[in-house]
Structure formats: C-alpha cells, structure tokens
Design a protein around this ligand. Structure first.
Ligand SMILES: *Cc1c(COP(=O)(O)O)cnc(C)c1O
Length: 408
C-alpha cells in the first residue's frame, strides 16, 4: 500500500499516454495553419455523429454554446418557458435564459437524481393549459408558451427518456437533451425496443468536451447532435455569425465554432472513449462491491435496468457529508460535490422567485451527496483505500456508528 494522495480527477496520466498522438495533431495544424474549420472539424463531427447514432453533429465552442444553439435552432422563441431540473450545472439554465426563455424547474427522482417524469407531468397537468388552436401548452399563471423540456443526463446516467418523450409528445414540447456528462451512455427504450445512445433521442442534444468530461478536449469545446437537417443547418449558421456564406448574414449569430486543433485532439481521444467508459463502468462496479457491506450508511448510485451509465461521476450519499468530505481530504482523498447549491437557490436566479423547500428531493440530496474519485486510470488499490477511508470517515462523523464499531 502506498500513501500517496488520490486525486478526485487525474487528467495527467491520460494525456501522458496520448502525448505522441496529440503532439502530431498540433504539429500538423501548425504546418497547415488551418486553425478554424476545415476537414479536421468535419471528420470529428462525422465520427461523433456515428458514435451517438445520429445523422448530424455540429461542433461548437463549448457545451453551453451547444445547449444555447440547440434551443434556438430547434425554435425555442424568446419569452417562452423551458422546463429543466434544479440539480445541474448552471450552464443548463444559462443556455435557456440566453436563448431568451425562462427556466422552470421540476424536481428529480431521489434515486437517479434525474428529472422525475411524475413531477414533469404534475406541472403540465396542474399548472398549464392546452391551447387547441395553437396546438401548444400555455403556462396558466404567466400566459407563456411552454416550448421545451431539457432533461439532464446527470453523472453519466440518462434520464427516463420514454416517460419524458411521451409527455413531450402529448403537450407538444421540444426535447433537448443535456448530454454534457453522458457521452456514450445508453437507455433501453421500451417504445423503440432497443438500446439508444444519449444524444440520439431528443430533437437535439448538447455535449460538452470540457477537459474533465468523459470525452474532453485540451481546452473548451462542445457539440450538438440531431437527426434534423434544418436544425443542424441553423446551428451551423448560429455558431458562425449567422452566415449562410461568407459575409451573407441571414441571421444574427455568435462566434461559437469548434477550433480545429481541439477537433483533432477530440478525434484522437474519441477512438479511446468506449474503452475509457468501460473502465469507468468496471470501476463503478468495484466501488459498488466495496461499498456493498456498508450500504446502510453509504448509499451507492442506483442504476435502473434500462440504464447503462458511463459514470462521469460516482456519487454516494452519506449523512454528515461535510464532515465526511473533510475527513477524506485529511486522508489525502480528493472529492467533489455536484452540486452543493441547487440552481433555484442560487443568487443568480433570485429573480425566478423560488423559495427554499420548493424542490425537497434536490435540496436534501445537495446536503448528502459526495462524488468519489472516478476516472479510467483509477486502480483497484486506490478504490480500496477510498472506501476504507470512507468507512472510517462515516463512522467517526457519526458517534452512534463509532460506538457500534467500538463495541464490535
Ligand atoms: C459541463 C456541463 C455543461 C456545460 O459545458 P461547458 O462545455 O462547460 O460549457 C452543461 N451542462 C452540464 C450538465 C454540464 O456538466
């Protein structure tokens, strides 16, 4: 046993292994000076679309760009309402606001931490009315059009997409997947009787290639996937100042292109993604097994039978989370909290008018969740040390348990 620290995330090992290939990309970019656009970007887009099982992929500057452009390209108009969850990274809600819409939150399922379709149903049934002429759903209190729903595939596990898609069809809502944490995760669709990959179910999906994601660039990058050629075309224009051709701006867009060097790096890494995801899944299975005996004090992640998660994060629940996190830190084990403050309680969203208690499942989870080290190169020995330190931390942060342990 070594006593070296176990980082929450290790990006160094992975890049050391790929250094030769990544440097070759950089060298060829310098020699051709093709830094924006070109075939490197197109090649990556084609390969990533294939990986997700979609017709189109549009590379953009970040996951936030991807969400914003996907919403606008799908036709979410200013002044409408877009439904999402409060326990996500703020970019999900930022993209909704920046598309001109208002985020409306619904609570999550307490076991998967993903959108609870029953909460979605309840909002649509009790707070909205059907406009039979416009064939659309109207939020009764504000008179606004409820245009879309953004399920977030949090921690690498997909939301319950059959249930969400059925409601979206009934109420005529667009579904835009936030797949920023879920590259390659799968969902068994009863409706389609097959496994479907994240990013291929909604009208469009957004991916982030932020360095720490399962597929990460060496900088900022993101992508939209879709089967809709018009949506893909609009997204291509939006990322490039609304140009249909050089200096012909059919609409006002953004500077949100995927950089060619990043696209080249991403192509190198995409070839490894399936292996890395399998390593994460094996690591998650090992954690589950090690935690198994402690399951009454440490709640491991729940994976429904319809899910094949890719464990972007491995999140457990404990009673005295802050104390446990501190004790793990003192043992040299890095952890994270995703996320400590739900979006409806963030200062930035005060104006939305939510009160504490509005989303009890999310709020309770925010106090109890802790993300353990998780990455492809994490070793069995490191995982044993993490769980052994976790066991000690849970016992010493909870006097009753410590007592029970001493009696034994
Ligand atoms: C990372 C992330 C984003 C944003 O991606 P960026 O590339 O950082 O802009 C959006 N949503 C979720 C759930 C994320 O984890």
């Amino acid at each position: 046993m070594t006593n070296s620290n176990i980082p929450f995330l290790d990006l160094v090992t992975l890049h050391a292994e790929l250094e030769g290939e990544l440097c070759a990309i950089l060298r060829s970019s310098l020699r051709t000076a093709a830094f924006v656009g070109g075939h490197t970007v197109e090649t990556f887009e084609a390969d990533f679309a294939k990986f997700c099982g979609t017709e189109y992929c549009v590379g953009v500057g970040s996951g936030t760009d991807a969400l914003r452009f996907a919403l606008i390209s799908a036709g979410v108009a200013p002044d409408s309402i877009v439904i999402t969850v409060p326990n996500t990274f703020i970019a999900t809600a930022e993209a909704i606001s920046q598309a001109g819409a208002t985020p409306h939150f619904v609570d999550v399922d307490k076991r998967t931490y993903n959108m609870d379709p029953e909460q979605l149903r309840e909002f649509l049934e009790s707070k909205c009315a059907w406009d039979a002429i416009g064939k659309r759903t109207i939020h009764t209190a504000t008179g606004k059009h409820v245009a879309a729903v953004v399920p977030v595939h949090l921690y690498g596990q997909m939301a319950d997409m059959d249930a969400i898609s059925e409601l979206a069809e009934k109420y005529n809502l667009l579904v835009i997947e936030d797949a920023c944490q879920a590259h390659g995760s799968q969902y068994f669709s009863e409706r389609g009787q097959r496994w479907r990959t994240s990013g291929s179910i909604g009208k469009a999906a957004a991916f982030s290639f932020y360095p720490g994601k399962n597929l990460g660039a060496c900088g900022e990058a993101g992508a939209i996937t879709t089967n809709d050629p018009q949506l893909a075309k609009r997204a291509r224009m939006l990322r490039d100042h609304g140009q249909s051709k050089k200096y012909y701006h059919d609409l006002e867009g953004y500077n949100g292109r995927l950089d060619s060097i990043q696209a080249g790096f991403l192509s190198v890494k995409l070839a490894h993604l399936a292996t890395w995801n399998a390593q994460r899944q094996a690591n998650a299975a090992r954690y589950n097994e090690l935690i198994g005996a402690l399951a009454d004090t440490i709640e491991p992640p729940y994976e429904p039978s319809w899910s094949r998660a890719v464990f972007h994060l491995y999140v457990v629940e404990v009673a005295d989370r802050d104390a446990v996190q501190k004790l793990l830190g003192a043992s040299g084990i890095g952890t994270g909290i995703h996320y400590p403050i739900p979006l409806h309680l963030q200062k930035a969203y005060e104006h939305l008018g939510y009160e504490p208690g509005a989303f009890p499942v999310t709020e309770k989870a925010a106090e109890r969740i802790i993300s353990l080290p998780m990455y492809p190169s994490l070793t069995a020995e490191q995982q044993e040390r993490v769980v052994s330190a976790l066991r000690t931390a849970v016992q010493s942060s909870n006097p009753d348990l410590a007592l029970a342990a001493n009696v034994k």
